[in-house]
Design a protein around this ligand. Structure first.
Ligand SMILES: [Zn+2]
Length: 500
């Protein structure tokens, strides 16, 4: 069974076919790495699968704008260093176009999410805090601080001091949230100090004070906020990346706090592997070239969805724009499309359906391989539509446009070809010269087909010589097809020059 249908089936068994709340989140601490799209895609696909099964799920996606700025993206001006430790919603937008820093980067990511055909309901976590919806959970957590300290220790081995409380106040003096330590709670107010040296990435102002922790004046640490939000929102399905899903990891701690402190059973889990770019899980602070926006623009939405949904969730995805990834995804798409014409009830068919968020589009004509299209767009004398007369026209044009973009920015050397205007310097053996002369004779004898040329080349195994003569490379596209598509006089002249 297709993985999204299997997970949806488990949700239906646990919650029934009514409304099911599915949640995912991201802290918009900078340009969002494409890896975060995996969570979006998994939760989005489960939602779509539940709709298909007759349920009425809601997919809600949070931007955590209360988290402190705790890393410094290298593309920001130095002047932003003063904001380290402040809630992201209190940091200005980098170019002044958005309400704040969090909104700025969330907006870019929302556009990628929607472009890929996923339509969650977005919210900012600050809405939960400022509206007072988190207040009961804050009171409960403060009252059960000792239980939370015990759970941290038992589940993750993390030892907190006896005066540690699971809350971070926004300092009334300097506005930072990443630097404050709460050390007492009297049932109405918490006492805190804004510590100059508690964290390496920000410096607190030293202020000590008492403040009511409610209504947006404080926030939970991650491992307590997570279960608090499950309870407050009523989350039923929520997966997490494998970095959070180990035994004793954040998810494990959160599940214990949910049950033992908030009296809420943790949502159905769906732990998933990483989405890597060129084999690396790059941090968003160095993420130039691997942001969700940049990667999503390299392929049309259906191919992006295929990259995101085409693997079981426990398998890593590796997207390498400088490698074979894009041509391989296209080949996979072509195979799925072809099979869907006859088989519409297996896992491949389900995947093909899932990569189309609205209506399934089955191309009508033939599908020229992406690698071939990429070759043709580099050959000035070749006409795209003449080379692929049976192709689906819209699909062909789309492929050509994405191929050009890919070739300009990323494509590896083996896909880059330049027709050699003059004979490259080569030293051929007498036998090779003879073979080139024989091929020139064949070309002069009439208009041999690609098949005829291929047969002739196959007899002499001179494919590599052809690539060297015309492309100055050791490999290339199907040589018969390639020579047949070049102007005949040009081919004959080159073969004669080489055989002299
Ligand atoms: Zn302070």
């Amino acid at each position: 069974m297709f993985w999204a249908d299997r997970i949806a089936g488990e949700a239906l068994a646990r919650f029934g076919a009514g409304s099911i709340l599915i949640r995912d989140e991201k802290t918009p601490s900078g340009r969002v790495h494409v890896g975060s799209m995996r969570g979006v895609a998994i939760h989005g696909a489960i939602t779509e699968s539940l709709v298909r099964a007759g349920a009425t799920p809601t997919f809600t996606y949070e931007f955590n704008d209360m988290d402190p700025m705790d890393g410094f993206p290298e593309y920001l001006p130095e002047s932003f260093k003063q904001y380290m430790g402040m809630p992201l919603r209190a940091v200005p937008s980098p170019d002044g176009t958005a309400a704040n820093f969090a909104e700025y980067f969330a907006q870019e990511f929302k556009e990628v999410i929607n472009h890929a055909g996923f339509t969650p309901t977005f919210y900012n976590v600050s809405e939960l805090y400022f509206s007072g919806k988190m207040d009961d959970a804050i009171r409960t957590a403060l009252e059960h601080a000792a239980d939370i300290r015990r759970i941290y220790k038992e589940v993750s081995g993390s030892q907190k001091p006896d005066d540690w409380y699971p809350l971070a106040v926004i300092c009334e003096k300097c506005g930072k949230v990443g630097t404050t330590r709460v050390f007492a709670w009297d049932g109405n107010e918490v006492s805190y100090t804004c510590e100059p040296k508690m964290v390496k990435w920000a410096e607190g102002c030293g202020h000590t004070g008492n403040v009511s922790p409610f209504g947006g004046k404080a926030k939970f640490p991650f491992k307590v906020e997570w279960p608090a939000k499950w309870k407050v929102l009523g989350v039923q399905v929520e997966g997490a990346g494998k970095d959070h899903s180990t035994k004793g990891g954040a998810r494990d701690v959160a599940a214990h706090i949910a049950k033992e402190v908030f009296g809420y059973e943790a949502p159905q889990d769906a732990p998933y592997e990483f989405f890597l770019v060129a084999g690396k899980k790059m941090s968003s602070s160095k993420g130039r070239g691997s942001s969700a926006k940049e990667i999503s623009e390299l392929v049309p939405p259906k191919i992006f969805r295929l990259a995101l949904l085409g693997k079981e969730i426990n398998q890593a995805i590796n997207f390498d724009p400088e490698g074979d990834t894009i041509p391989v995804l296209y080949d996979q798409y072509d195979k799925l499309a072809e099979q869907y014409k006859t088989v519409t009830d297996d896992d491949y068919a389900r995947l093909f359906e899932m990569i189309h968020p609205k209506e399934v589009v089955v191309p009508t004509g033939s599908l020229p391989r992406f690698s071939q299209v990429a070759f043709v767009v580099q050959m000035p004398h070749m006409d795209l539509h003449a080379e692929f007369p049976d192709a689906d026209k819209a699909e062909l044009d789309e492929r050509a446009s994405y191929a050009k973009r890919w070739l300009e920015a990323y494509a590896p050397e083996k896909f880059v070809f330049k027709l050699q205007e003059s004979l490259p310097s080569l030293s051929l053996t007498p036998a090779q010269k003879g073979n080139m002369a024989a091929l020139a004779d064949l070309m002069e004898s009439g208009s041999p087909s690609a098949e005829d040329i291929h047969t002739k080349l196959h007899e002499t195994k001179e494919f590599k010589t052809i690539y060297q003569l015309f492309l100055n490379k050791d490999s290339g596209p199907k040589a018969g097809w390639f020579l047949a598509s070049l102007p005949r006089e040009f081919v004959i002249q080159r073969l004669r020059e080489a055989s002299n």
